[in-house]
Design a binder for this molecule. Sequence first.
Ligand code: NDP
Ligand code: MG
Length: 412
Amino acid sequence: MPRTLSILGATGSIGVQTLDVVMANPDEFRLGWLTVNTRFDLLEEHLGRLQKHGFTPQGVVIADESAYNEFRRITSFKGKILCGDEGVCEAAAAPENDILLSALVGFSGVLPNYAAIQQGTPIALANKETLVSAGAVIMPAARERGVEILAVDSEHSAILQCLAGEYLEEVEKLILTASGGPFREWTIEQLENVTPAQALKHPNWSMGNKITIDSATLMNKGFEVIEAYWLFGVGAEKIEVVVHPQSIIHSMVQFCDGSVKAQLGLPDMKIPISYALSLPHRYPSNFKRMDICALQNLSFFPPDMVRFPCLRLAFDSLAQGGTAACIVNAANEIAVASFLQGTIGFLDIPRLIETCLEKITHIDTPTLDDIVQTDKKTRALAESLVKQGMSVPAVLMPKVNGAATNPNLVSS
Ligand code: NDP
Ligand code: MG
């Protein structure tokens, strides 16, 4: 029987690759809802493509109001059309959904994912920021309702595959691999002058802008450590990061007898997306195959948390618990957007986060509302810090020796 799949973030990098998986497996799925933010024209294009493959979603949501109005003007789509954040939550919690692919970016995923859990719908989760910000509320809610949260992120998909048939008590370590991003070998002096265009060029993966910048700062890997903590329920001390520039081994698990399992594959997100939707089975595919004999010199290094302080900040926030990681995520979202707009430098990203961590009140055992409020307050603080810095751009430039001169962006 085909299952009804809804996709949050259908115009994004993960969303579009999910549509490819759906079209390659037409007997497995019906489409429920597709949600987007502003790119209504792209949505229209995908609706046309889907129709040619015999798929008509039940409804669509355009979160942004003016894009919603534009879409209504141009579209021939006959299904339901909703607008706003409420519309996204309604699509996430639609009773007809058998499974939800959650690929919104950032904190915008928290409330829709929570709504899906309340409805009892299993979630194939790409939107890691939901677990980073709100894992302490999301995971207990999912457990209470018996809702499965299935990993889409390639590292977590690898771990899930390594854990199949194993006992969690016998896991010694989860080893997350990181490509190291485009600046793996850059000095701090070089990192000072990184431009958005340079940071947007990932060596191995083609992804949305926000996660591409997170990969360049290694914040993405830090978030994945937190994501692994919530998804697999192992202690933070059992999660390790190793830099593996070739992105062939997607992650590993070490067991109590010293054995290590790894999952390998070409860097293609359609494989983990497909696995999250098919597990415990696998859909046959014609995705490009890996030529084992062509693999030369797979290498591994420990990460450098001095040149990449975002990774350290993520580990620290996980150790601190409570709302610490929520603060890191919110400050990071503002920092990344500001970096992309050219208003702060690459090394200002961790400084801004660290300042927010120092200044925002920490809550040890937060409710969902505490998390929403902490996210709001942190964004407001981060935005005002960026604005103050913007009036004195010269001072905002990161200092190589670590002695930041802007009092608003002091690093410890
Ligand atoms: P993209 O930026 O490519 O896409 C994001 C999608 O979410 C788009 O459809 C966008 O709509 C929509 N969206 C963005 N903001 C909002 C909002 N405020 N309200 C409603 N909808 C919104 O992101 P990616 O696909 O790269 O990433 C999605 C998630 O998956 C992230 O959490 C990322 O960390 C994670 N991930 C991504 C990987 C990848 O390879 N891309 C790999 C592993 C994890 P619109 O197009 O209209 O802007
Ligand atoms: Mg990943």
